[in-house]
Ligand binder design. Structure first.
Ligand SMILES: [Fe+2]
Ligand SMILES: [Fe+2]
Length: 404
């Protein structure tokens, strides 16, 4: 018989059959389990107020009439979280500089958390995918406050950081895209978690291949192509039951026309969040610096992705471009005055006329006095005429212009 009790009444040995409230807010990813001291501590710190226990499969409450909230299978309280008003997708926007500072801290914490989980896997220890939930929440909150900040900072990686920060970047991109598509809060959390966990299978790859400072051979690439299946197996074995996230992990390298791996799934067999992950994963990979190649400019990358036939779901890619903007932060642009500038900030209401920092004359090929220009300001007669490649201009430290 199921009994609904308050989490304060939970004792080790009780069989928890159900956590009441939206499951993604729970620190647990298994729906039923025998409670340990650690589980109880984590539950008390969570937003879950009541749980259903099955007294026939574990310890019972001492005195059901005094302590049980109800003896019905239906929960008396569907938890405060279920009734909480949905968080607005975009709250009052803080200034970019302060969100960039917060984004740096989230990236550092995220990098450390993902690396720690990789280490656990390599040591053969059990991992707890649910431990990533607070990080997923922070990423979601940052993207909601200022969509461009975390995405821009997470793009900046060193070769050592790539694997770990890539997960944070894909998570942030997934949240931005999920919001753009109007998905609800629970879907956004799945998107954030899927982004963080999508490459966990790389923890099972040989280090000499994963960290190889050059292009992979065909044989090495064949090994690396097993990481989506390895990741899904690892997470499933670790108790992750969320089918959406597991699908995303296993199939984030599938292509729209069925030409991807591991299952050559065509678009009609691929859920939305998986199709989203294919776009976010590639965008972060090509815009990041790798040991063997410089990352492409963000705006340039979007143009190239749009030209690849059959790779991405066109509707998802269109929404993605709308979410990161036509000229993402950090894009090098040429203005109508033949000056070069870097994009500092975009505004959803004026995507083609962002705030830019002018710093170079394309005509005289010399540095000029830096000046910030709001291309959407009334009376501003400058406009963007094209995207330029920082590599072709030899600009190695463009990031200092917008991220400092
Ligand atoms: Fe991957
Ligand atoms: Fe990836």
């Amino acid at each position: 018989m199921l009994k609904t009790i308050h989490v304060d009444q939970l004792r080790p040995g009780m069989h928890v059959q159900r956590l009441n409230g939206p499951w993604l807010k729970h620190p647990f990813w298994r729906s039923s389990f025998v409670a340990s001291d650690r589980d109880i501590d984590r539950l008390r710190e969570s937003e879950v107020e009541t749980v259903d226990i099955d007294a026939s499969r574990g310890e019972d409450v001492a005195d059901a009439t005094d302590t049980a909230v109800a003896t019905d299978t239906a929960p008396v309280v569907d938890t405060v979280t279920a009734d909480a008003p949905p968080r607005p997708a975009v709250a009052a926007r803080p200034d970019l500089a302060s969100e960039l500072t917060r984004a740096r801290n989230i990236c550092q914490a995220g990098r450390d958390a993902v690396e720690a989980m990789f280490r656990e896997v390599r040591m053969g220890r059990m991992i707890d995918p649910g431990a990533m939930m607070p990080l997923a929440e922070e990423i979601t909150a940052s993207v909601d406050r200022h969509p461009g900040a975390l995405i821009s900072i997470a793009r900046l990686k060193t070769a050592d950081d790539y694997t770990y920060l890539h997960s944070v970047a894909v998570s942030a991109l997934m949240v931005g895209l999920a919001r753009q598509l109007g998905l609800d809060d629970d879907r956004c959390r799945e998107a954030a978690m899927g982004g963080l966990l999508h490459d966990m299978g790389k923890a099972c790859m040989p280090l000499e291949i994963l960290n190889k400072p050059g292009r992979l051979t065909e044989d090495e690439f064949a090994v690396m192509r097993t990481h989506p299946e390895e990741g899904e197996r690892l997470l499933r074995d670790s108790g992750l039951e969320n089918a959406t996230v597991l699908h995303m992990v296993r199939h984030h390298h599938e292509k729209y026309d069925g030409g991807g791996y591991p299952a050559q799934l065509p678009a009609e067999s691929t859920p939305l969040l998986t199709r989203m992950s294919a776009v976010c994963d590639v965008y972060d990979a090509i815009t990041s610096n790798r040991p063997y190649k410089e990352g492409w400019d963000p705006g340039e990358s979007l143009r190239k992705m749009a030209s690849w036939r059959g790779h991405f779901d066109p509707a998802v890619l269109k929404a993605f471009i709308a979410s990161v903007g036509i000229y993402p932060i950090g894009t090098l642009v040429r203005l109508s005055s033949e000056r070069l500038a870097v994009v500092l900030e975009q505004r959803p209401e004026a995507l083609s006329a962002p705030l830019v920092r002018v710093f170079f004359s394309a005509r005289s090929r010399t540095q000029i006095l830096q000046r910030d220009l709001d291309l959407s300001a009334p009376g501003c007669d400058e406009r963007i005429v094209g995207i330029e490649s920082p590599a072709q201009w030899g600009f190695r430290e463009l990031v200092k212009l917008w991220a400092s």
